[in-house]
Ligand binder design. Structure first.
Ligand code: ADP
Length: 415
C-alpha cells in the first residue's frame, strides 16, 4: 500500500511517499519552501533514509500550486498509484484522540478549531481541500499534533481561569504529538524495553520547540499549551511570557492584540534576542564574542533545562531523555548546555560521545556518561513516517473504508 503523508504549513509544503509493505519503506521525501517571486525551492530525496538530497528551483508561486504539482512529480519519479493520504493537522481540539478519516463533518470540526491555531489550521485545511480535488477517490486521513496529549491528566491540562473561559475551550492541548510519540517509541526500542516500563522526557528542539513527559507510553505533560506559542523560547516564538504582558503593551505602547500576538509568534525568541532564528548563525556569532547571540543561546538552554527539571518532578524520576528536531539532532553544544547542572536529577552527558553524534537513518546513539543514572539518546524525528503508520492504523480500524485498502499489513520498522 502506498501512503502519501502531506504536511501543508503556512510557508512550506512537506510530503513523503511510503510503501508500507517493505522494511525501508520511504520512497520519496520532499519539501517546497522559500516561495518568492513566482518560484520556490524543492528539496527531495528519492529512496530510503540513506538517499542523498537533491535541490532544484520550481516555477510555483504558492503552497496550493505546489500541492497541484505533487502528482506530476510523483509520476516523474515513477509513482502513479496512491492508496491513501495522511494530512498533518496541528489542532484537533478536544475531540480527536487519534487519526481520523476526513469527511465533511470532520472537516467542519477542524475548521472550528481554527481560532485555537489561527496560523496553522487554515494552511492544513487548504492542503486537505486541494488534495481532495486531486485524489477524490483516495481515503484522506487527518493525523493531529494534539492527539497524543489527550492522555494529559486533568490537573496538567487545566488552566486556573474562570469557568466560562474554560468552557470556551481554554486549556492546555500540547503540540508536536506526532514527533514526541515517535521518538518515545524509538527510545523504548533502542532500550529494548516495553515503553510501558519507561519514564521518558522527549525534547523536540526545532524552529518550534517543546518538551513532553511520557509515562506508560502516554503524554502526561508538555510545555506547549493552548497554542504552540508557549513553553520554551523558540526560533521566532517567545515561549512563556507573563499574560500581564498583553495589557501592559496595550496600555503602555498602544499595541493591539493582533500585533502583539503576531510579534510573539514571528518576531520573538532567538530571532528577537540574537538577530537570527537559526541556531547555526547564533553559535557562530557567539563563538566570535557576540553578546546578543550568547544571551539568545543561554535563554533557550535555560528554558529547556527548566522544563526538564520540572518534568522530572512530574514523572517522579526519569529513565531516559531523548533529543530530536533540527537543534536536538545537530547541536552537541546545545544538548550539553541544556544538561548542565542536571546531575541533580541523574543526567550526565559524555562529552566525547555527544560530540561524535552524526545521525544517519533511524540511528539512536546514546550520549550519557557511564555515571549517568538517566540514559540519554539522540534520534531523528520521523513525523511523516509516523503519519503514514497512523493512516494505516486508521484504515485497518475503519469499516467505512474499501476492503481493498484495508488488506496490507505494516511490515516496516517501528510497529
Ligand atoms: P522545524 O521546526 O521547522 O521542522 P527543524 O526541526 O528542521 O525545524 O529545526 C530547524 C532548526 O534547527 C534551524 O533553525 C537551526 O536552528 C537548527 N539546526 C539545524 N542544523 C543545525 C546544526 N547543524 N547546528 C545547530 N543548529 C542546527
Amino acid at each position: 500500500m502506498k501512503i502519501l503523508a502531506l504536511n501543508a504549513g503556512s510557508s512550506s509544503l512537506k510530503f513523503a511517499l511510503f510503501d508500507m509493505a517493505v522494511e525501508d519503506c520511504r520512497l520519496v521525501k520532499a519539501e517546497f519552501e522559500n516561495f518568492k517571486d513566482g518560484h520556490c525551492v524543492l528539496h527531495f530525496r528519492l529512496g530510503g533514509e540513506n538517499s542523498d538530497e537533491q535541490i532544484r528551483s520550481e516555477p510555483l508561486a504558492s503552497i496550493e500550486e505546489a500541492i497541484q504539482c505533487v502528482p506530476t512529480l510523483l509520476q516523474e519519479w515513477g509513482y502513479s498509484q496512491i492508496d491513501a493520504i495522511g494530512h498533518r493537522v496541528i489542532h484537533g481540539g478536544e475531540r480527536f484522540t487519534k487519526a481520523t478519516l476526513i469527511d465533511s463533518e470532520v472537516l467542519q470540526y477542524i475548521q472550528s478549531c481554527t481560532p485555537l491555531a489561527p496560523l496553522h489550521n487554515p494552511a492544513n485545511l487548504a492542503g486537505i481541500t486541494t488534495s481532495k480535488k486531486i485524489w477524490p477517490s483516495a481515503p484522506q486521513i487527518a493525523v493531529f499534533d494534539t492527539a497524543f496529549h489527550h492522555s494529559l491528566p486533568v490537573a496538567a491540562y487545566t488552566y486556573a481561569i474562570p469557568s466560562a473561559w474554560r468552557k470556551a475551550g481554554a486549556r492546555r492541548y500540547g503540540f508536536h504529538g506526532i514527533s514526541h510519540q515517535y521518538v518515545a517509541m524509538r527510545t523504548a526500542q533502542a532500550w529494548q524495553s516495553p515503553i510501558e516500563n519507561l519514564r521518558i522526557i522527549s525534547c523536540h528542539l526545532g524552529n518550534g520547540s517543546s518538551l513532553c513527559a511520557i509515562e506508560n507510553g502516554t503524554s502526561v505533560d508538555t510545555s506547549m499549551g493552548m497554542s504552540p506559542l508557549t513553553g520554551l523560547a523558540m526560533g521566532t516564538r517567545s515561549g512563556d511570557v507573563d499574560p500581564g504582558l498583553f495589557s501592559y503593551l496595550s496600555r503602555q505602547c498602544g499595541l493591539d492584540i493582533n500585533t502583539i500576538e503576531q510579534q510573539l509568534y514571528s518576531d520573538s525568541g532567538l530571532k528577537a534576542l540574537g538577530g537570527s532564528p537559526d541556531l547555526r548563525n547564533l553559535e557562530q556569532w557567539a563563538a566570535q564574542g557576540n553578546l546578543d547571540a550568547q544571551l539568545a543561546i543561554e535563554v533557550y538552554a535555560y528554558s529547556a533545562r527548566k522544563y526538564l527539571g520540572a518534568f522530572a518532578a512530574v514523572l517522579g524520576g526519569i529513565d531516559a531523555v531523548v533529543f530530536t528536531g533540527g537543534i536536538g539532532e545537530n547541536s552537541a553544544t546545545m544538548r550539553q548546555r541544556i544538561c548542565d547542572r542536571l546531575q541533580v536529577i541523574g543526567l550526565e552527558i559524555d562529552d566525547a560521545r555527544n560530540r561524535k553524534v552524526r545521525l544517519r537513518a533511524f540511528e539512536a546513539p546514546e550520549i550519557a556518561s557511564s555515571q549517568s543514572r538517566v540514559r540519554i539518546f539522540v534520534t531523528k524525528t520521523c513525523e511523516q513516517l509516523m503519519i503514514a503508520k497512523e493512516v494505516l492504523t486508521a484504515i485497518e480500524g475503519s469499516s467505512a473504508l474499501p476492503h481493498a485498502v484495508c488488506q496490507t499489513r505494516q511490515g516496516n520498522l517501528y510497529e
